[in-house]
Ligand binder design. Structure first.
Ligand code: FAD
Length: 355
């Protein structure tokens, strides 16, 4: 059986980002890498969005970026600006194509469908495959989105809508998210925070149709593409094993209060590449402790008080927009942290802290 220096289990966002990072920094000139990925072919399946607070390798995969956004609760809309850190959407189809084309040029990189095809005994494993089991007490961010195309030019593509809470909540947290890619094309997503198997929220198509018809007054459109998923909003046991390092979602790269993961994955990949020679000895790359602490309390508040969350999110944006973006993107300083905490309703957060 074939042996490899490195094995990446799961050629999704984290697995491919890591392989690409190693490849472009010449870390695979004299090392062999196996990528284990069962999918038959790569096609667009996700849209990864984030405020660009750090550089990344995929500016040529950006579908669109925006300098303005809104957030809504019933009867109120905030108009916000983010020109210093534009909000970018990566097209996963372009991302996969770019990386696979690059990796195929290196004869030291091999692709397999199943880990049983290789001998991993002497390899360092980078694992992005989840074995997270269902647990009723845990929260997930569920979403379903469609990219629609209309005959008429109806969208303002200079501004996206981050969260529209003016919709049915069912005693959970629910909002719509709209990314206008052009004047007649947009991705509309319905997003819920709830348990993994909560059937009561899963009539997604009906929710989006109603939202388009009743709220956005869009009746005629065609659907070009859809995406669906659920992100775990809880800390995953990520113990260091001698020859295995978890990466991506299972490597704890999701910000639990928001679901944002993409840029954290890129930071994790940079860290692994910089330390690749010593990777079994250096400490694990993690999201800063202060954010993990805040997010844990935030989610306790959310679980107990879902009806308060639209106002809490809305109020957070009373701080300077730059401050909120830095906080949500793990780049805030202590003054910015204080400004955010100061906007939170004190009593329910203190109660959550001691529960
Ligand atoms: C629909 C969707 C939209 C998202 N949008 C955003 C966003 O806008 N911004 C953001 O920051 N984050 C977003 N996320 C969160 C996060 O960025 C993504 O989930 C991201 O894909 C996580 O990367 P990953 O490598 O951990 O997992 P994945 O990208 O899911 O990769 C895991 C890979 O493992 C493969 N695999 C499965 N089983 C096996 C097996 N047994 N052996 C080997 N391989 C296997 C899968 O086929 C897959 O390719 C989104 C998530 C989803 C689901």
């Amino acid at each position: 059986m074939k042996e490899f220096d490195y094995v990446i289990i799961g050629g999704g966002c984290a697995g491919l980002s890591l392989a690409y990072e190693l490849e472009i920094h010449n870390k695979l000139i004299d090392k062999k890498l196996a990528i284990i990925e069962p999918r038959e072919d790569y096609k667009r399946d996700k849209s990864w969005s984030f405020w660009k607070v750090t550089s990344h390798n995929f500016s040529d995969c950006i579908k669109k970026s925006w300098k303005n956004f809104t957030i809504n609760i019933s009867n109120n809309t905030k108009y916000l600006e983010c020109s210093k850190t534009p909000y970018q959407t990566i097209d996963s189809g372009l991302f996969y194509e770019k990386i696979i084309n690059k990796l195929k040029l290196n004869e030291n990189i091999f692709f397999f469908k199943n880990i049983n095809e290789i001998n991993t005994q002497n390899s360092i494993l980078f694992n992005s495959v989840s074995d997270i089991s269902d647990d009723k007490h845990k929260l997930w961010q569920h979403f379903y989105g469609i990219e629609i195309e209309t005959d008429k030019k109806i969208f303002d593509d200079e501004i996206f809508n981050l969260m529209d809470f003016d919709c049915e909540q069912k005693n959970k947290v629910h909002f719509f998210y709209t990314l206008p890619f052009s004047k007649n094309k947009a991705l509309i997503e319905t997003t819920w925070i709830s348990e993994l198997n909560d059937k009561s929220i899963m009539d997604y198509e009906k929710q989006i149709t109603n939202y388009l018809n009743d709220r956005l007054k869009i009746k005629k459109y065609k659907i070009n593409y859809s995406e669906k998923g659920a992100i775990p909003l809880f800390q995953i046991n990520n113990l260091k094993k001698l020859n295995q390092i978890n990466i991506g979602t299972v490597g704890g790269m999701t910000r639990l209060s928001t679901g944002y993961t993409f840029l954290n994955i890129q930071e994790q990949c940079k860290y692994i590449r910089e330390n690749i020679k010593n990777i079994q000895k250096v400490k694990l790359f993690q999201i800063n402790k202060k954010y993990r602490f805040f997010d844990e309390i935030f989610l306790k508040v959310l679980r107990k008080n879902p009806e308060k969350m639209p106002n809490i999110f809305y109020k957070m944006f009373e701080s300077k927009t730059e401050t909120v973006i830095n906080f949500l993107s793990n780049t805030s300083n202590i003054f910015e942290d204080f400004s955010i905490v100061n906007k939170m309703p004190k009593w329910i957060f203190i109660k959550a802290l001691f529960n």
